[in-house]
Design a protein around this ligand. Structure first.
Ligand code: TEU
Ligand code: CA
Length: 566
């Protein structure tokens, strides 16, 4: 490692060495006993995040909202929901975070607003109102029905009739989330002005909700990655992002290795990163989606990550995550939330944090929080789960079958309150939480995990520090190994003659592994969730969910020949 490289890394954008942490405000920390997490609650827990070493928080929406979709339905883009606090609280959050070297990245939800937004109220009152054209309206079909069969993501028709204007409007997610009409230049101006208003308040960037849907061509039935998308993103960049030291991550369920660089290639002037979901949708039914999961296959999983690492090898930048507020808990989904909970949580973190890109930790992941098990539909809160339940049970599905699916893949898994202590309501609230706490908070909680030097938190802190301290973790080339092995995820990272070898057993049984030449050698153990290894060679037996990363001592002429290196 040379001086120049270190200096070079320091000059890289801050978000390439930083680790992100997602907060779902409703579920993080309640300061006033109303059962709902809030901004003062977040401020009271910032030291936990400073200790973890993260560089920025992605804050799920805190804007004014009737909360049909917990804030992904915004009724005022320039105000804070009263249950979360005030603009003064928000400014204090930005300042208190900054004092701990943490930036605040907000959620930008501009594919749709809330149906309670003033714009939408005006739009529904008269066709002549200027705001009418801020939304997407179509006439009824000849039979009076909706203009197309398009179904809303959360169930039912995507079209809703408004008698006052005798037209249908589009709600691609739900009727409470009417789609904004990006074709209207005044609407775009409003959005850019609003973004600049938040930047001027000192935020560190935006995560952009379902951004790949804004360029849709409704009449052609093209919703994802429509023909206007990149023109709008380039305009947005010119009007808001250019010249600012901020980070942008666009969420897209449709982005593919083929289209990724059209969002974040260096000459595109659009976004810094995308959240892609290929590793999630690969294990879902093509039609029934997450309600009908496919069995996990490590070979496919590895191939997807290798492809994305390859696509971003020279240009663009990956985001790295297994969890967010829409997904089940990663230790339950990809690891083992029983016997091997701690080992498998650490194993998954090792793989994600040592790839090239910016890792995102979802609240509670750093202590190995698990899925929850609800028995009755009235315990669920998520709009998607509740609407799909109504639809599917009406269509004949047994309620128990649906509930089993929701326990496995539903969004409420990620939304049960953060488990701070073993005490009442997990230390999340003094009142009654808006959604039940997971009963396992008696053993799985921040206080217990942090008190354990071998805890998951300590392990994450080490991984996050490695990224800040070691250029090879940030910038090293990614090389795949043993791609056909169904049990072991193995890769290397290379920079300036340094190689880090990463080997992880994805199963709950011991795995015999023949160390490939490219990973063999002796050196310094950087990460281990079992006994540290400083030498990798020959046939090794990995313990269940064992993960290890070794910084190999420099070999004069390192053999860079690898199997299917990306
Ligand atoms: O999610 C995008 C999205 O497509 C989700 O509906 C996703 O498919 C689903 O959660 C998987 O079960 C974003 C937000 O992350 C989500 O919370 C919002 O509900 C949605 O947009 C609408 O704003
Ligand atoms: Ca509260």
């Amino acid at each position: 490692m040379t001086e120049t490289t270190v200096a070079g890394q320091q000059m890289a954008p801050w978000w390439k060495t930083a680790t992100g942490y997602q907060i779902y405000p409703r579920s993080f920390c309640d300061s006033n006993g109303d059962g709902i997490g809030d901004i003062p609650g977040i401020i009271s827990r910032l030291d936990h995040l400073r200790d973890l070493g993260i560089g920025f928080i992605w804050l799920s929406p805190v804007y004014a909202s009737p909360m049909a979709d917990n804030g992904y339905d915004i009724s005022d883009y320039r105000d804070i929901a009263p249950e979360f606090g005030t603009l003064e609280d928000f400014d204090r959050l930005v300042a208190e975070a900054k004092a701990r070297d943490i930036r605040i990245v907000m959620d930008l939800v501009v594919n749709h607003s809330s149906s309670a937004h003033d714009w939408f109220r005006a739009a529904c009152a008269s066709r002549g109102a200027p705001e009418h054209d801020f939304y997407i309206w179509r006439d009824a079909a000849p039979d009076g029905g909706p203009p197309s069969d398009h179904q809303a993501c959360f169930g039912g028709s995507a079209w809703t009739w408004v008698p006052e204007v005798e037209r249908y409007y589009l709600g691609h997610f739900s009727p409470e989330q009417p789609d904004l009409n990006w074709q209207n230049p005044e609407l775009r101006r409003e959005i850019y002005d609003m973004m600049n208003w938040w930047f001027d308040r000192g935020i560190g960037g935006f995560r952009m909700d379902v951004i790949s849907v804004i360029g849709k061509d409704v009449d052609a039935g093209v919703y994802e990655e429509g023909p206007y998308l990149h023109g709008f993103l380039q305009e947005m960049h010119r009007e808001t992002l250019a010249g600012r030291d901020v980070v942008t991550v666009g969420e897209s369920w449709s982005v593919s290795p083929e289209t990724a660089l059209s969002y974040c290639g260096r000459d595109r002037h659009e976004l810094d990163m995308v959240f892609q979901f290929n590793h999630v949708t690969a294990f879902e039914d093509e039609v029934a989606g997450k309600w009908k999961p496919k069995p996990f296959d490590l070979r496919r999983f590895k191939a997807i990550f290798a492809t994305w690492q390859g696509v971003m090898a020279e240009d663009g930048w990956n985001s790295l995550f297994l969890s967010n507020h829409d997904l089940p808990r990663q230790v339950s989904k990809y690891g083992d939330d029983g016997t091997f909970r701690v080992a498998s949580a650490k194993m998954l973190a090792t793989v994600i944090h040592l790839m090239k890109g910016t890792p995102f930790v979802y609240q509670g992941e750093e202590i190995g929080m698990t899925n929850v098990r609800f028995e009755r539909i009235d315990q669920f809160r998520d709009v998607e789960t509740l609407r799909q339940y109504t639809g599917k049970v009406a269509a004949g599905m047994a309620p128990e079958t649906f509930i089993a699916g929701a326990n496995e893949n539903g969004r409420d898994n990620a939304r049960t309150p953060m488990q701070w202590t073993a005490g009442a309501q997990a230390g999340f609230t003094d009142g009654t939480p808006w959604i039940e706490v997971n009963p396992n908070h008696r053993t799985i909680n921040v206080a217990a995990d942090r008190a354990d030097p071998d805890g998951i938190f300590a392990f994450y802190r080490n991984l996050i520090a490695l990224r800040r301290e070691r250029p090879v973790v940030v910038a090293g080339r990614y090389l795949s190994f043993a791609q056909d092995n169904p049990a072991v995820f193995a890769f290397a990272r290379d920079l300036d003659g340094e190689r880090v070898a990463v080997i992880a057993n994805f199963t709950g049984t011991p795995a015999e592994f023949d160390v490939p030449d490219g990973l063999a050698g002796a050196g310094t153990c950087l990460v281990a969730n079992h006994a540290p290894r400083s030498e990798l060679s020959g046939r090794i037996t990995l313990a269940p969910f064992e993960a290890v990363a070794v910084l190999l001592a420099a070999r004069g002429e390192r053999d860079t020949q690898t199997e299917g290196a990306t």
